[in-house]
Design a protein around this ligand. Structure first.
Ligand SMILES: Cc1cc2nc3c(=O)[nH]c(=O)nc-3n(C[C@H](O)[C@H](O)[C@H](O)COP(=O)(O)OP(=O)(O)OC[C@H]3O[C@@H](n4cnc5c(N)ncnc54)[C@H](O)[C@@H]3O)c2cc1C
Length: 438
């Protein structure tokens, strides 16, 4: 059996089949599993990458029937039952494709350079680099005697990722950095959250959207709804017809299914997700399953299942159970009727900042500190590995008391798209040249 992708769906399928009489190959292009719900903490310097990601090999090391291959899957031959990578062709009897999703720039892929999205550890480190660098460049410019505008962040998209990024950027600038810069006042940082739709957190109930917006505003975030981004360029953004300077733009507006979905040669929905049968298999290929963010599945009310971790986890376990029972029957032909997948929605949680969150458990709606505690509990509980759970808990307790964000490292390039270092006017550091940094 081959599993493509060791995200929430793939890992849970592999673990649920660990003791079954089946040889499993898990293929992922990364060597680590990323706990995406905490990526924003890496992007805003609250946590380090190793605290939210673990090597796939080590997660699965106890399961002797599981082999891990780090490789990019490039295609499939469904007739010959083969998964293709540049170096290898790997045969299977059963295949689970759980390759997740990526960013969507709605046909403007050139915006990505100026407005990175948040999906991988690399993305989080790039965002962290830009955010921290913005303050350093502003400080250097001010120290050189040139007054500069306050640092200005624009976050595009007010879904859970945009909301948590904007809220945490506000805390970073108002608290964690407040007493560390001498020439700029980081408390004057402007954070704008732009949303095309009429409200923030559109997937949540209206009262929670309102509460989330109020909590954001209390943190000092400007929220602009029903506002369409029409262009992103180096150091600037166009919202509707208005052009505005932006020190850093972050993209949290669109999700598209992994391009690997197309390689299955099956009908896709508008977001590029694969249309699967109720048992999550492909039509005419009962031995191939697609799960998680890559699968297009509706619930019993005809609503599309959301791209969230619990859906991927439950689908991974469901398919594993289905395969296990077929193997135990020792039959090569699947039974005529398989059970359909049903999602058990245990509720949704979105964090906004320190002691600020919203939670929706059916008719029960909670905001503020209690919602934040629930969010904290769930996210620590589901982190992979005891070590990570302990480390993250300690980090959080520490930063709750001290407001510190300990992972404030700028690594890699020291240039920021669109940043122009201005010539010092009144400074004795006159040798500091005026030049475009990128
Ligand atoms: C910033 C962010 C915050 C989120 N917050 C939450 C949250 O708070 N709560 C929540 O429930 N959900 C959240 N989600 C959504 C959740 O993370 C996804 O729904 C979930 O990860 C989907 O699981 P998956 O297994 O389908 O895909 P993923 O977990 O994305 O895993 C896909 C795997 O496939 C691998 N892969 C992709 N293409 C290839 C290829 N060609 N070859 C080999 N390997 C490949 C990738 O490396 C990856 O390891 C968040 C997502 C993001 C990006």
């Amino acid at each position: 059996m081959v599993i493509v992708g060791a995200g929430f769906g793939g890992l849970n399928a592999a673990r649920a089949l660990a003791s079954a009489p089946v040889q499993i190959t898990v293929i992922d292009r990364k060597n680590h599993h990323t706990f995406q719900p905490l990526l924003y903490q890496v992007a805003t310097a609250g946590l380090s990458p190793g605290e939210i990601a673990s090597p796939i090999r080590s997660i699965l090391s106890r399961h002797k029937n599981v082999e891990v291959l780090m490789a990019e899957v490039t295609g499939f031959d469904l007739e010959r039952r083969v998964v293709k990578t540049p170096e290898l062709q790997i045969p299977y009897d059963y295949l689970i494709v759980a390759a997740g999703s990526s960013h969507a720039y709605f046909g403007h892929d050139d915006w990505e350079l100026f407005a990175p999205g948040l999906k991988t550890i690399e993305d989080a480190l790039e965002i962290r680099r830009r955010v921290l660098l913005a303050f350093e460049l502003a400080e250097r410019q001010a120290a050189a005697g040139r007054a500069s505008d306050p640092v200005n962040f624009v976050v595009v998209g007010a879904g859970p990722t945009g909301v948590e990024l904007a809220g945490t950027l506000a805390e970073l600038s108002r608290h964690a950095l407040a007493h560390e810069f001498r020439s700029i006042d980081t408390g004057r940082t402007h954070i704008l959250l732009v949303e095309g739709g009429p409200r923030v957190l559109p997937a949540y109930a209206e009262d929670l959207s309102r509460s989330a917006q109020e909590q954001l505003q209390r943190l000092g975030v400007e929220v602009r709804t029903s506002a369409m981004v029409t262009k992103v360029e180096a150091g600037a953004i166009h919202i509707g017809g208005t052009h505005m300077q932006a020190t850093v733009v972050l993209w949290a507006a669109g999700v598209a299914a992994s391009p690997l979905g197309k390689k299955l040669d099956q009908p896709l929905d508008r977001a590029g997700r694969v249309l699967v049968q109720p048992d999550l298999s492909l039509p005419h290929h009962a031995e191939v399953f697609v799960i998680g963010d890559l699968a297009s599945v509706k619930d019993k009310n005809g609503e599309m299942l959301p791209g969230v971790a619990p859906v991927a986890i439950q689908q991974g376990r469901f398919v594993a159970q289905l395969i296990r029972s077929e193997i135990e029957l020792r039959s090569n032909t699947p039974p005529a009727a398989r059970a359909a997948f049903h999602y058990w929605d245990k509720g949704s949680l979105a964090t906004i900042g320190r002691a600020a969150a919203v939670a929706e458990f059916g008719k029960i709606h909670i905001s503020g500190f209690i919602a934040w505690l629930a969010w904290l509990f769930v996210h620590i509980l589901f982190l992979i590995g005891f070590r990570n759970r302990l480390l993250v808990f300690i980090q959080w307790a520490w930063s709750y008391v001290t407001y510190e964000r300990g992972a404030r490292l700028i690594t890699g390039s020291t240039s920021l798209p669109g940043w122009t270092e201005l010539r010092p006017e009144h400074s004795e550091h006159a040798e500091v040249a005026s030049h475009e940094i990128r």
